[in-house]
Design a protein around this ligand. Sequence first.
Ligand SMILES: *Cc1c(COP(=O)(O)O)cnc(C)c1O
Length: 469
Amino acid sequence: MKTIIEPFRIKSVEPIYMSSREERESYIKDAHYNLFALPSQRVLIDLLTDSGTSGMSAAQWAGIMIGDESYAGSPSYLRFEKAVRHLMPFRYIIPTHQGRAAERILFGVAVKKGQYVLNNTHFDTTRANIESLGAFAVDLVIDEGLDPSSMHPFKGDMNTEKLTAFIADKGAENIPLCMITITNNSGGGQPVSLENIRAVSKICKKHHIPFFIDACRFAENAWFIKMREDGYKNTPVSDIVREIFSLADGCTMSAKKDGIANMGGWLALNNPAWEEQCRNILILTEGFPTYGGLSGRDLEAIAQGLEEVVQDDYLHYRIASTEYVGRHLHEAGVPVLLPVGGHAVYLDARAFLPHIPSLHYPGQSLAVALYIEGGIRGCEIGTVMFGRQPNGTEQPGKMDLVRLAIPRRVYTQSHMDYVVEVIIDVFGKRDSLQGMKIIEEPPSLRHFTARFDWRTEDHSKLEKNTAVG
Ligand SMILES: *Cc1c(COP(=O)(O)O)cnc(C)c1O
């Protein structure tokens, strides 16, 4: 098979500021070994997130120039609304400044204290917005979705038996919303099948529970359906997308993901009573309904991004490039979560560094090593993020992972080859990596601002084995 090339050429470039290993050692020390504290210009390949980091097309930048900034009734809003509705045929489309604003508005209208919101796996902001109302966010992903060794093609599917049992147990009247997240971000970017979406939709309908989709990576999910689900090989992606959303009562969306935009989001729904209440909150906290906290130019960029994100050539390249990184690492024996998801590759730090106990944060140690060795910035998802218990004690997280999220249309294959080389290099000297300790931490969401240090004062072994670069 021939190389799958990036389906774009580059007209405008941004510099990567090169640094030496020695410089990076001092940069990360200055940042107290927290990658969130690094100035981005000290990073060579930034895989912290795929959110808002996409490369926009020439047509999107052209849209930026023709954005109409009228307070009310901007033609840019009409273009945005049309582009959204073309893929997601809902009656009302409410722009917001990003995905979490759509969540806050929807839950503020729909969810009451003590109720249960169901999902395959709630994303952090989704869970936090539900819990801040005193309601409960319940995850009902299939068992395979929690098993790092399962090769199930749709590890994001919801367990429909558990769903039915949960509704019977708690009563439909206590479940104001059921959601499904495509792809399942917190579950490793794993897709959900159309068969499962259809089944969940049917169960919700039967019990009169509104069914919403957390749509952030809808196009990547549709591509997986086209590739893996029987009967969709010849279906255009945009038809698959419309079929998904025709099964739902609404959706929340972050345009920073599959909108290929740097900012934005929306809430879409069919229920007129909810729409009226949502619109009132929008006006109170986000802005007038034809801009909702966004500029006209942002709305143009999103409208154009939605046309581009469902193109076969783009999705083929997008999913192949993530898979490319995962496959090369796997072939070199590096422990990665399989199958590789849509937007990120997850390194299994616990298997990578078996000599470092979870409470010594193997994920953080690995993330720091990737930065020092190669200037790569990933994100620990493990005991640093989830280990602290409400009573102040520490417990190992379910897994210790390092997520390498791949921005859309930003890095080339040679950047990705470099990433693979650096990781294999670090894997070769994994025995010399040390555990870490937390020196200082805030009361909540500690991973963003905690300060770390090495467990032993002497990490010279790591330096000794290392080539310059
Ligand atoms: C990013 C994300 C959100 C929140 O969107 P923001 O634009 O970051 O507020 C919600 N759900 C999922 C699955 C996401 O990936």
